[in-house]
Design a protein around this ligand. Structure first.
Ligand code: HEM
Length: 208
């Protein structure tokens, strides 16, 4: 029982860290939207659509997302019913941080965002004839409610990562005493870069 619970935490951590890598790459590509002209973003989209390595990674990415979501919900439910050992609430303080106590809610909000996100971008990108990817992506932020919803989701994602990043390494057995401070700082930096980076794109195109 203990063994399988540990295995679940480890795979949860590995899938989470894989998703962090994807999110950083995704952010890097999306930031090209802020460069002058539309060409750089169009080139990046073309590269992503045609590069064989990216094509292979796409199904793996989807599996990682689905696994992470299902296992996150499962671990939350088993923790609640106290049938399992508690999941990675490793905070040093007696009272765990707000982010660590609300991983399920920030996670579910990001899931809601992903459903809209697929409807907004992924499906039109894959199925429709898109004349300008740049116009399609930036056009969404003409609407205040989408800009607001996206920015709230990016804040939720930042909060999720601020705890998730350090928690993942601790689930993988990185020693607390030596590394906790470093992991907390790097997790917070990643959370800030991701939350702010994506938000800047949405807000920029809302006002321009
Ligand atoms: C301003 C913020 C964002 C913009 C403009 C944006 C834009 C896009 C676009 C245009 C696509 C379609 C790409 C393609 O099929 O080639 C896409 C796909 C996707 N996005 Fe985002 N995205 C943003 C934020 C996010 C965030 C925060 C997440 C994760 C929580 C995310 C997760 C995904 C996933 C999983 C896909 C499908 C995988 C792929 O084919 O790349 N996106 N996004």
């Amino acid at each position: 029982m203990l063994k399988t619970s540990v295995a679940k935490k480890i795979t949860m951590a590995l899938s989470g860290l894989f998703l962090v890598v994807f999110i950083l790459v995704h952010l890097g590509i999306n930031l090209t939207l802020l460069l002058p002209g539309k060409e750089t973003f169009e080139k990046a989209v073309h590269f992503m659509a045609t590069n064989p390595f990216i094509r292979i990674m796409e199904p793996i990415l989807f599996i990682a997302f689905i696994y992470h979501i299902i296992m996150g919900i499962y671990l939350e439910l088993t923790n609640r019913s106290k049938r399992s050992v508690g999941y990675a609430k490793y905070d040093g303080s007696a009272v765990a941080s707000w982010a660590s106590r609300n991983m399920i809610w920030t996670g579910l909000f990001v899931l809601l965002f992903l459903i809209f996100h697929f409807y907004n971008y992924y499906i039109p990108f894959k199925t429709g004839h898109v004349e300008s990817h740049y116009d399609l992506v930036t056009g969404l932020f003409d609407k205040w409610y989408y800009t607001l919803f996206y920015v709230l989701a990016f804040i939720a994602l930042g909060i999720h990562l601020s705890h998730g990043f350090q928690s993942a390494f601790q689930s993988l057995g990185v020693p607390r005493e030596k590394c906790l401070r470093f992991l907390k700082i790097s997790g917070n930096i990643i959370a800030l870069v991701v939350g702010l980076g994506f938000s800047i794109i949405a807000i920029y195109f809302y006002f321009n």
